[in-house]
Design a protein around this ligand. Sequence first.
Ligand code: SF4
Length: 472
Amino acid sequence: MSLSNKDRMKIPRQAMPEQDKFERRNNFSEVNLGFTEELAVLEAQRCLQCPKSTCTEGCPVGVKIKDFISLVSEKDFAGAVAKLKEDNLLPAICGRVCPQEEQCESKCVLGKKGESVAIGRLERFVADWERVNLGIRTPELKPKTGQKVAVVGSGPAGLSCAGDLIQMGHDVTVFEALHELGGVLVYGIPEFRLPKEIVRAEIESLSKLGVDFQKNSIIGLTDTVDELFANGYDAVFIAVGAGLPYFLNIPGENFNGVYSSNEFLTRVNLMKAYKFPEFDTPVFNCKDKNVAVFGGGNTAMDAVRTSKRLGAKNAYIIYRRSENELPARKEEFHHAKEEGIEFIFLSNPQEFIGDEKGWLKGVRVQKMELGEPDASGRRRPVPIANSEYVIDIDMAVVAIGNGSNPIIQNTTPDLDYNKWGNILVDKDTMKTSKEGVFAGGDIVTGGATVILAMGAGRTAANAINEYLKTKK
Ligand code: SF4
């Protein structure tokens, strides 16, 4: 039965089923449980099938959103996932971690007066439905070109570029520095937000297409970019992400118990430190201890929620601006609050305090107030005189962002870089200053979102394809 637009607009946005907020504090299982078929169809029926679908304009990889949603509303889930994968080979990942509220959903006409269609939840639903009911299917490949591309890094930019290039008929090898594939998707994002099994399944689909994955290969050390060309590669795509953590640069940062979010999350998520001694990568035992995470982004939320699951008695976010300026996704903030995380806003760390054995025991913070907007458009935090006080903590995690790892820069000096070590590219093609070398993702933009990195990978794949056609 066909619904009128009036009927469609009467259907409320369907809520995401979630794991109980008290139970989930004690486990690493996924918080969001995903739509049932009934919820997915109901949500899909809300879509007005706008002639000019602005939602697609908000998608960095150009997913044909209204077409796949229409198929969901007709219960043709296999057709829906096939349509979605014409533009995105990693939908189960994107459906979980992309900030749709800032991208496709922010452009949905329904959002102007009410609530947008839950595009991300539908994306996740159809991807999960395929994996459970059909196994992940792979698309047709173009005939082989005989040309070889090296992709450096197996995070979202590298995977998206590799997926497009292999379909275009090129041979693709992805080089990954770590022993697990997925880059930030596996070392940075916890199991309770993005299960490793989901990442592995989507990478497996690229392997089935013929993408060759080489783990434990640090380009710049095992081989340089120039050596990749000498080894027969016709083009190189650099997508190594932003893996060098920033620190606060305050006294006491070397005390035992102070971590970067990179180290803390990598040890816990990727190396299973929470299962020590079964896995031989110990992490600070924060059971019944006080933990403070400094920062307000999604990584800070991931770190503090992880510490709660490890048994922290009090787990704080300490952030120098207010709740309004918090850069984390609203959903992550909401989940963190539900799980008992305490937020200390408008407070800036001044010094870590340790005991005589070098172990962290507190942090001195200064209260802040908001002044005029700064270059980012957010109101600048201004210190309040004589407002310092000490918070007792046993562990600290610094989650204030990452810069570019210098390995590529040190070994490939003939690329152009900015002062922060990001590779400079032509934004329309991701082409660098060096012949045959393209770059995209966080190594170009600094820390950004998964889907923006995937969009860069797709742009680069198209440009590499054109470059290879003309290469002698
Ligand atoms: S803008 Fe919203 S309502 Fe319109 S087609 Fe896209 S998802 Fe559907």
